[in-house]
Design a binder for this molecule. Structure first.
Ligand code: ATP
Ligand code: MG
Length: 470
């Protein structure tokens, strides 16, 4: 016995004959079949009947032609509709399909055809539903708002979001580009008491100093050339809600002074305005620059840094949570396949291994873009090593795990030698830097070379001594 609930098919047709015919036919397949002879009879009961499929006549007296399809489509989104015409024509079929019908049938109804079309529509529906269920399951299992992860470092971040969302504390989200800072900001807002109020985001790096002042605080008419009317700034727009100050590290010192002043008591004046305005706003700031470094170089005000750094959240780069890569890839590949209406490629173990070892400097955003490209490149087929960009293919020894050696014979020998040479040097320096905690002189001594050479090599190989300290 099947445990699947019976599916409900609704027939809306004035010709009860077709209703009877269809009922007999469809009931034979263990489906619940309901009949209505007019829109008036059917529509008030739609919510109660919850049909999985509707066969609708295009010859209803109270809702003739395609209007019935349009009305059903808005009331039953996602439910397949089969149009039934008393006098079928090719033109009619084209129009019905254009209006969103999944199929088109004509009287007299042929039992075989009805059964086949209904069967196909319901199978498609079932597949779509189980795909959606699988996606939701992945989200429930590995997801937190829109963030997917199962790595301990990110689970810690989720925990932080959960606790800080309950408060109004200022949050400073830090992490490399593409690590999900904006998603974290949204998750905090959505879980806070302010969720019904707006979350306003502003990219502070995208404006000149004058424009940024007016974007933040608004301006009065005529306060500067181009200020043709009074305008609200984001602090006012976010009143009662949250304000996401993105790329805060890019702001000028004078904007930082004004920002600090507002954050002290949440009152400010519009540019060119006299009245003091008070707002109730929760601040979430984000940056991908090293703010301590910027403070040291006097590019970022120390007092503002402390004012913002009340509750810091650090997003780890993707390479430090490689266990997330398969989950994210699955999610992005499925998403892109749906968007482009293509099938999801399968990934060969070798290709997967290479993506796991890659450094992903653009983090999750880069992985997402790559997945879109892969869906297009290998729709429905296999994603193999040769589909990967050269820097992901690697071609030889890989940093922290020199055990595996691939010889990539698809590139010129010299290129392979250079690549291997870089990778060996990188792996070697990585080990010494780890051992000597980023101390360049000790690393140079152990390597039998000069500090200067080590320094130059690290620049070339994109190694940062900071990462090895502490
Ligand atoms: N854990 C995650 N799960 C699902 N999608 C993610 C995750 N992290 C990031 N993304 C996706 O990656 C992309 C980049 O994320 P986001 O814009 O939040 O990064 P960011 O840290 O703000 O980057 P930038 O510093 O460049 O502004 C977005 O498309 C986002 O949806
Ligand atoms: Mg961002």
């Amino acid at each position: 016995m099947s445990t699947r609930p019976r599916e409900t098919v609704l027939v809306i047709d004035p010709v009860d004959v077709s209703g009877q015919q269809a009922r007999k036919l469809l009931a034979a397949e263990e489906r619940r079949v309901l009949h209505a002879s007019s829109a008036q009879e059917a529509f008030p009961l739609l919510a109660e009947m919850r049909p999985d499929l509707v066969l609708a006549s295009l010859d209803l007296v109270d809702l003739p032609g395609l209007r019935v399809l349009n009305a059903l489509r808005t009331r039953l989104p996602g439910v397949p509709l089969i149009a039934v015409a008393s006098h079928p024509t090719v033109e009619g079929a084209v129009q019905a399909l254009k209006a969103g019908a999944a199929d088109y049938l004509g009287h007299p109804l042929s039992p075989g055809l009805v059964s086949e079309k209904v069967g196909r529509c319901l199978t498609d529906l079932r597949n779509a539903r189980s795909l959606a269920a699988a996606r939701n399951e992945a989200k429930d299992r590995y997801g937190f708002s829109d963030l997917l992860s199962r790595s301990p470092k990110m689970l810690h971040v989720f925990e932080q979001i959960r606790s800080v969302a309950k408060t109004d504390a200022t949050v400073l989200i830090r992490g490399e580009t593409g690590t999900g800072k904006e998603l974290v900001a949204r998750a905090i807002h959505e879980r806070s008491r302010r969720r019904e109020k707006p979350l306003i985001a502003i990219n502070c790096g995208a404006f000149t100093e004058t424009l940024l002042e007016s974007e933040l605080f608004g301006h009065e008419k005529g306060s500067f050339t181009g200020a043709i009317g009074r305008r609200q700034g984001v602090f006012e727009m976010a009143d009662g809600g949250s304000l996401f100050l993105d790329e805060l590290g890019e702001t000028s010192l004078s904007v930082q002074v004004n920002m600090l002043r507002v954050l002290e008591d949440f009152t400010f004046r519009r540019v060119g305005g006299a009245d003091s305005i008070e707002v109730d706003v929760r601040i979430i700031a984000a940056t991908n620059v090293n703010l301590e470094g910027a403070v040291k170089d006097a590019r970022f005000r120390e007092d503002l840094f402390y004012r913002l750094n009340v509750f810091p959240i650090l997003l780890p780069p993707l390479r430090e949570r490689a266990e997330d890569i398969p989950i994210l890839m699955h999610h992005f590949l499925t998403d892109a396949a749906r968007e482009y209406d293509l099938s999801v490629p399968t990934i060969t173990p070798e290709a997967l291994e290479l993506t796991l070892r890659y450094r992903w400097p653009g983090n999750v955003r880069q992985l997402r873009a790559m997945c879109e490209r892969w869906v297009i490149l290998c729709a429905g087929g296999e994603l193999r090593r040769e589909h990967l960009p050269h820097d992901i293919q690697g071609g030889a020894v890989v940093t922290e795990n020199p055990g595996a050696v691939f010889i990539d014979d698809s590139i010129p020998l010299q290129q392979l030698v250079d690549r291997v040479s870089n990778q060996v040097q990188r792996a070697y320096l990585h080990r010494l830097l780890t051992r000597y905690r980023g101390h360049l002189q000790q690393t140079a001594d152990a390597a039998g070379t000069t500090r200067r050479t080590v320094y130059t090599l690290m620049k070339k190989l994109d190694l940062d001594a900071e990462n090895y300290k502490g």
